[in-house]
Structures are given as C-alpha cells and as structure tokens.
Design a protein around this ligand. Structure first.
Ligand code: ATP
Length: 291
C-alpha cells in the first residue's frame, strides 16, 4: 500500500464539567464526548524520508506546528521505520472551534501510518501515543460516545446513542482555550452538571431528556466574552431547536433536532450570514473502528 485516505471526524461535548485545577496545570474534567459526521479527510502517502504536511486551509500550520505532523513524527520515530510520509489535510472542520479538529487529524495520522507501513505495534501503544499528543486525541482515536475524565484522556466507552440530528453554528470569533480556562478559574462559578447521572442514562439506553442538566461549564465563560454565543442560542430556540449547547471552549454551538430536514431548514434560513453552518448527525463507534 502506497497511499491511504482516512476520514477524521469532529467531536462535540454533550456535557462538560470542570472539576478543578490539578498540580500539573491541567484541569480535571468530566465530559460526555460524541463523534459527529462532519470530518476532515487525511491523505497519507509513503515517501522516502521526512514528513511533509500540506492542507487545503490557508490558516493551518504546515510544519511541526501542525498536530498531524507531530503525530507522524512520533509514530515514525517510535517504530524506527526507514521511510517518511506526505500528509494532505482536506480541512472541513472549522479551526479552534471546540470540535477537536487538530486532535482528530492527529488520531487519523496514527491509525493511517500504522496501516500504511503495516506496523506491528499494539493498539495499546498507539493509545499511549495519542494521550501524549493531546487530551482529545485519545477520544478521537476511539470515536463513538464516551465518558471522558482526567484531563479528558481517560475514557469509558458508552453504548451508541440513537442517531441525533445536529445543526452546528460556528461564529467567526477566535477563542483561546487556555484563556477560557483561566477565566473559568478566575470566575469560579461552575454549574450543576450531574455527569455521572447522565452517563447512567446513556448506559441504560433511556430516552434523553435534554432539560436534565446537560450543560457545559465553559459556556457562560465564553459567552461573557462574546455576545454571539447567547445570540445564536436564542435564534436556534426561536427556530424550534429543543436543546443547544456550546462545545468545548467554543465558540461552536450545536443544536439537537428530531429530523434532518429541520436542520436543513435552519441552515437555509440562518439569519447571521457571518457564521459557518453545518448539518450533521452523531456517528456510531463501529464506523470509527472501520476507519
Ligand atoms: P479542542 O476541541 O480539542 O479544544 P479545537 O477544535 O478548539 O480543539 P483545533 O481545531 O484543534 O481546536 O485547533 C486549535 C489550533 O491548533 C488551531 O488554531 C491551529 O493553529 C492548531 N492546529 C495544529 N494542527 C492543526 C490541525 N491539523 N487542524 C486544526 N488545527 C490545528
């Protein structure tokens, strides 16, 4: 095999609870993570040596600043291969949007290089590399629905949810994840988010009642800085969305809908022309396994 193309799907946080600041500077988190259909496509090609990263997005770093580059460097070094890789990233996931765009590309590179070079390394070793590359890379490697804890790299796989139709709205504002966490620490006003109860609901396969405490501790923090967050949530509500929430540290907001057509209607009639709008849905874990 000389070339391989892998889809690298985005994630949303169905709930995100910040539990506190750890001695190592990371935050202790509890999250429910969910893979969605919106994805980048990562093309990998064997080359004689070295790593080259090119992308379809002008704003994306192309050298070692790209997380995909670091993933390739890591796995090539660890496995002592005589050969390199050319990576082309077809970028569809908005950057720095709370959708784990960089982490999912990195996870795809780990999987892809392992396949391309038919490496004899265990899944366990790949998982360890993922957790060293970034907190969200572990989840992106696994996919589906997970309860994530620690700094987000500890995962408990949950049963797949029934397909949920989603509208994603990304306003054109730049959010620094580090800054949002610092603000969270300064404001110290966490929400009541019963993550373990929500996990139980998913485990028991019960119907999800979105009025039941599904929330994100970072949403009010990012919303203090950008009016867009609550404005978008307000418009989504007016347009019939029963539940909406910011994902990660933002600024993307996702809305939950019963039918795909409702999501398409909102996309076609979205009044804030400056936003990026995507219609997507949740993805089952078995699809990530196939990738
Ligand atoms: P998270 O949800 O994990 O916080 P995010 O979706 O908010 O992630 P990313 O899209 O992963 O954020 O990107 C954050 C920054 O990382 C970008 O501004 C970009 O410069 C850098 N970056 C490096 N490699 C990539 C990549 N392959 N894709 C996207 N961003 C990347």
């Amino acid at each position: 095999m000389e070339e391989i193309v892998l889809p690298a799907p985005a994630k949303i946080n169905l709930a995100l609870k910040v539990k506190g600041l750890r001695a190592d500077g990371y935050h202790e988190l509890e999250m429910i993570m969910q893979t969605i259909g919106l994805h980048d496509r990562v093309h990998l090609k064997k080359i004689a040596g070295g790593i080259r990263v090119v992308s379809s997005h002008p704003g994306l770093p192309e050298g070692s600043g790209n997380l995909a580059y670091r993933a390739a460097e890591f796995i090539l070094e660890q496995s002592g291969i005589d050969g390199g890789v050319e990576i082309f990233i077809e970028k569809n996931i908005p950057l720095a949007a709370g959708l784990a765009g960089g982490s999912t590309d990195a996870a795809a590179v780990l999987k892809g290089i392992s396949k391309l070079y038919q490496l004899k390394i265990s899944d366990e070793v790949i998982r360890e590399m993922a957790s060293k590359l970034g907190s969200d890379v572990s989840f992106c490697l696994k996919g589906g629905t997970s309860y994530a804890y620690g700094r987000g790299e500890q995962l408990e796989q949950l049963p797949d949810l029934n397909k949920i139709h989603i509208i994603l709205i990304t306003p054109p504002v730049e959010v620094s994840t580090a800054f949002i966490y610092r603000e969270y620490d300064r404001l110290k006003n966490g929400l009541e988010i019963p993550v373990s109860r929500l996990v139980e609901i998913i485990k028991q396969g019960k119907e999800i009642n979105w009025q039941e405490g599904w929330a994100n501790d970072l949403e009010p923090v990012t919303a203090r800085l950008f009016n867009d967050i609550y404005e978008i949530k307000g418009i989504l509500k007016e347009m019939g969305v029963k539940f909406s929430l910011m994902t990660g540290s933002g600024p993307t907001i996702f809305g939950i809908l019963d039918k795909g057509e409702e999501a398409l209607f909102i996309k076609d009639n979205w009044p804030r022309k400056e936003d990026f709008v995507f219609v997507t849905s949740t993805v089952k874990q078995e699809f990530s396994e196939l990738w």
